[in-house]
Design a protein around this ligand. Sequence first.
Ligand SMILES: CC(=O)N[C@H]1[C@H]([C@H](O)[C@H](O)CO)O[C@](OP(=O)(O)OC[C@H]2O[C@@H](n3ccc(N)nc3=O)[C@H](O)[C@@H]2O)(C(=O)O)C[C@@H]1O
Ligand SMILES: CO[C@@H]1[C@H](O)[C@@H](O)[C@H](O[C@H]2[C@H](O)[C@@H](NC(C)=O)[C@H](OCc3ccccc3)O[C@@H]2CO)O[C@@H]1CO
Length: 357
Amino acid sequence: MEDPGGSCEVTSGSRDESSSPRVTPPLAIKMIKSRGKILGVLALFLVMVWYSISREDSFYFPLQENKTTCPVGEVEKKAAQLIANYTRDRPLFLQLKDYFWVRTPSLYELPYGTKGSEDVLLRLLSVTSYAMPESIQSLKCRRCAVVGNGHRLRNSSMGETINTYDVVIRLNNAPVHGYEQDVGSKTTMRLFYPESAHFNPRRENDPDTLLVLVPFKPMDFQWLEAILNDKKRVRKGFWKQPPLIWDANPEQVRILNPYYMEVTAAKLLNLPMKQPRKVKQKPTTGLLAITLALHFCDLVHIAGFGYPDSADKKQTIHYYEQITLKSMATSEHNVSHEALAIKRMLELGLVRNLTYF
Ligand SMILES: CC(=O)N[C@H]1[C@H]([C@H](O)[C@H](O)CO)O[C@](OP(=O)(O)OC[C@H]2O[C@@H](n3ccc(N)nc3=O)[C@H](O)[C@@H]2O)(C(=O)O)C[C@@H]1O
Ligand SMILES: CO[C@@H]1[C@H](O)[C@@H](O)[C@H](O[C@H]2[C@H](O)[C@@H](NC(C)=O)[C@H](OCc3ccccc3)O[C@@H]2CO)O[C@@H]1CO
């Protein structure tokens, strides 16, 4: 008889092994085919799970983990293995009381301490705030994403994922406007120094973004004071012209505690706190931001970190502009040394990477 379905398959039967091959009815064929598909999908899923687990920088399931788990205490435990004398007791931002009432003398000058800058700080801290906003401080789980400015964010479609974190830390003048699909739009904190301040801060930040000044030299305080108190701007002493008009809400401005620069340099990069004049080396703002997150967050994921190979002269380094490693020739950073520090963090499971590294 002709197969009504028109496509009979010949299989080896199990009921009558000795007789000639059995003709399988169409329903059974469909079932076998769909079972095959299910098995295929399952196998693919298992491969993805295996791949995700085998790489410390899981990127298949960041959303789920980010949404459902709060690994309370894990960052502290692992960070203590990497950072000697690790403590969460130090305030993230400089506070007026340290310069007004107590005047705790700092051991170091900028960028590792505030020695010698007390007076300008007193003036600055009386016009800025220093507390962490309650909305951030009281988060049940501080899931943080630190977004580096690296080119590997370009066409990454990471924006939606990045926006799901409770705290999103961005750096310097890296734009979000026009890049939302790849880098997201939420910005909880932005770390910057005068030379890296965006000329249009309102466009690239949320109204409640904390604009965190990272002070590298005393002039950085002078710049902020002149802006906030509308004093005469000083043009000399900067390695690149910072904005002369900077339209930011003073209530959103904070000053980073140089303690975190000290920890990054001394504990993660083993840099001496006092360097000879000629051998100047300092951490990048990105590594500093990761250090900060390790002292504040319950979970730290990073994206957009990683420089091209030093031999690669053509590869652009940022997701938003066409410049190469050449632009960093006088930057005073050791990016391969930093890459090792980040790799150690990834290996420890202290941070996870949303892009590749
Ligand atoms: C010419 C120059 O001085 N460039 C420096 C720029 C520049 O001053 C600002 O972009 C403002 O224009 O700033 C730096 O950094 P930059 O602003 O380039 O990037 C911020 C942080 O992202 C990480 N990054 C960036 C690019 C890349 N391919 N891989 C990365 O991992 C780094 O951790 C980096 O810190 C800085 O502040 O650290 C470091 C750069 O050396
Ligand atoms: C996190 O560091 C920031 C950036 O990534 C660095 O490249 C930049 O380095 C500059 C360095 O800070 C400058 N030193 C001083 C004391 O200002 C150095 O100055 C040399 C100079 C001076 C005048 C005109 C041009 C160059 O220039 C470095 C950049 O080439 O520091 C950033 C934080 O400020």
